[in-house]
Design a protein around this ligand. Structure first.
Ligand SMILES: Nc1ncnc2c1ncn2[C@@H]1O[C@H](COP(=O)(O)OP(=O)(O)O)[C@@H](O)[C@H]1O
Ligand SMILES: [Mg+2]
Length: 318
């Protein structure tokens, strides 16, 4: 039985057009999404802003009702069997939400009570320790920094030891130290058998952690593969160089340009030679030529471009 099963999940919102077109229209935040995540997987859900990642997680957590289709956790329908499904899930939400009047330990005890878990202090202590919160147990929630609040949200999601852990951009805007603490801890839980579903904008995190990846674009799943197969499927290399003049038109659709830096995906050495020859013929002098292996970010941009997104100039920091 899969840990998570999405079956033709759609979520439509009624939206008004702009001033020029005040007619009602339908926004398809999710448009027939279907895939399963097996128990014990470390699974990545990627997609640009607005792709529907948070909506899909909200449907799973029973916070949003799907317009059609259904979602199951260990075979339990998230609507028909809400309590069972919810108990199996630990969800770390994208938004920081917390009650400012309680301290960290009280917050975690209340969350335990919500799931009917009694005498949970040993596990709460382990969570506090593992997430670097031990010295903050008595601190009031409103006194904590954003990064510390994020850690409490993670602890809160795990307080009932859920077999399925869902993290919605848990590292957005947090420091390197928390990212490392968090990933060490989540990787350990995954080794112990917990299923992990993760959304993140840090594609190097997804590449390092996730065995399989789904990509969402405008509410549709546009890729679903093992991470290693995704990396093999794309251009194998990237030619990177600096250029002071305008790039010839023949490269325009293929290249990613960040200021002076130009990156061209290539499938093999022959293609790289062709690029360099074409640049030489155009009389352009290139500097700092480098060839590197394509990574998940290159694959992500390729997949998004194939599905109608403009190549994202400047998506990779120079
Ligand atoms: N409550 C809502 N009402 C109307 N539109 C919404 C609502 N929640 C999300 N959306 C829209 O649904 C789309 C998907 O949003 P979201 O799931 O948050 O994307 P992501 O998490 O991938 O950035 C976006 O276009 C967003 O504006
Ligand atoms: Mg989101």
């Amino acid at each position: 039985m899969p840990a998570i099963s999405f079956q033709s999940v759609s979520k439509h919102y009624a939206s008004r057009g702009g001033a020029s077109n005040p007619a009602r229209s339908t926004l398809k935040a999710l448009d027939g999404v279907s895939f399963d995540i097996e128990q014990g997987e470390f699974f990545g859900l990627l997609g640009p802003n607005g792709a529907g990642k948070t909506t899909l997680i909200s449907v799973l957590a029973g916070l949003t009702r799907a317009t059609s289709g259904r979602a199951l956790v260990h075979g339990h329908d998230v609507q028909a069997d809400y309590a069972q499904a919810r108990r199996l899930l630990g969800v770390v939400p994208q938004e920081l939400v917390f009650d400012p009047f309680f301290n960290v330990r009280e917050t975690l005890r209340m969350q335990s009570g919500y799931f009917g878990v009694k005498n949970n202090d040993a596990w709460i202590d382990e969570l506090l320790e593992s997430l670097g919160l031990a010295d903050k147990a008595g601190s009031n929630m409103r006194q904590l920094s954003g990064g510390m609040k994020r850690r409490v949200l993670v602890a809160q999601a795990l307080v009932h030891k859920p077999p399925v852990i869902v993290l919605d951009e848990p590292t957005a805007g947090v420091d390197v130290e928390l990212r490392q603490t968090l990933w060490q801890f989540i990787a350990r839980l995954n080794k112990q058998g917990h299923t992990v579903l993760l959304t993140t904008h840090y594609l190097e995190e997804a590449e390092a952690l996730c065995g399989r990846i789904a990509m969402l674009k405008s509410g549709k799943a546009v890729a679903l593969e093992r991470t290693s197969d995704l990396l093999k499927s794309a251009s194998s290399s990237v030619l990177r160089f600096k250029l002071d003049s305008v790039l010839p038109a023949e490269f325009a659709g293929k290249a990613r340009v960040t200021g002076r830096i130009v990156q061209l995906p290539a499938h093999d050495a022959h293609e790289i030679e062709q690029y360099l020859a074409a640049l030489r013929q155009a009389g352009l002098s290139v500097e700092d030529v480098e060839i590197r292996k394509a990574d998940l970010e290159d694959v992500f941009l390729e997949v998004m471009a194939r599905h109608g997104e403009q190549p994202l100039a400047g998506a990779r920091a120079a």
